[in-house]
Design a protein around this ligand. Sequence first.
Ligand code: IPD
Ligand code: CA
Ligand code: CA
Ligand code: CA
Length: 269
Amino acid sequence: MADWKKIDEITKVWIKEAGERIRTALTNTLEISSKSNANDLVTNVDRDTEKFFINKIRETFPNHRILGEEGGGDEIEDANGIIWVIDPIDGTMNFVHTQRNFAISIGIFEDGVGKLGYIYDVSRDELFSAQKGEGAFLNGNRLENLQETSIETAIVGVNPFWLTENKRIDYHLLHKLVKDARGTRSIGSAALEMASVAAGWFDAYIALRLSPWDFGGGWVIVEELGGKVTRLDGKPLSILEKSSLLVAKPGVHEVIVNKYLKEFVEQKI
Ligand code: IPD
Ligand code: CA
Ligand code: CA
Ligand code: CA
């Protein structure tokens, strides 16, 4: 059986070290390139940070598998065993343009079940962490369980792009939700928007298309606090699949699924 406490301790040390390397790298010129389109950015620091974790994990836990955004990990087709789901820098556009509001996100799963979760806000030196069944923490201070709330008093994280015509959702569905919520915010890092729900700063976060490395760490953290983490149609997420995402406090989650998004159908493409 895996020693989760030991894995937790060592992961936190690696994350802090990686954060220090990223802060140092920011004092040098970044090498920036594009991936799927001109706005899909990646830098030498994204790649180096992913390599840093892969080398550490391979050396220390040779039986564990790795799913990483920049492709240096394993080809993963099933959820068996222990899998590290890593986004070395979530919010690369923020990293490149503003050097803040980006995070390292790591989720560690066993047979598809989240055991450990981390989101490290590098520029603020804020580490969100959770171990399943043992609580969730911000810089070692225990976070409070998420309480029920209503949409009228809710702050909802949403990317404005999804409020314009797009192929994933009838965007009119989101207009009513945005009108009824107390306010909306957009950070530009899915991991930090999930961390914001965990901390109680946001009451919900909505995204139409994310990858497992975007939500792996936050999934463990928010669920540990009694929050709900699903697809936008309320169905369960998978660590093997891209999907939509709805992260919310209890109460708000049900209202968003049943009142505002009942006509939403998940697009598989
Ligand atoms: C992106 C961020 C962003 C979300 C994008 C993601 P990346 O991750 O989480 O907030 O809207 O869909 O791809 O590429 O910066 O790791
Ligand atoms: Ca990316
Ligand atoms: Ca990401
Ligand atoms: Ca990334």
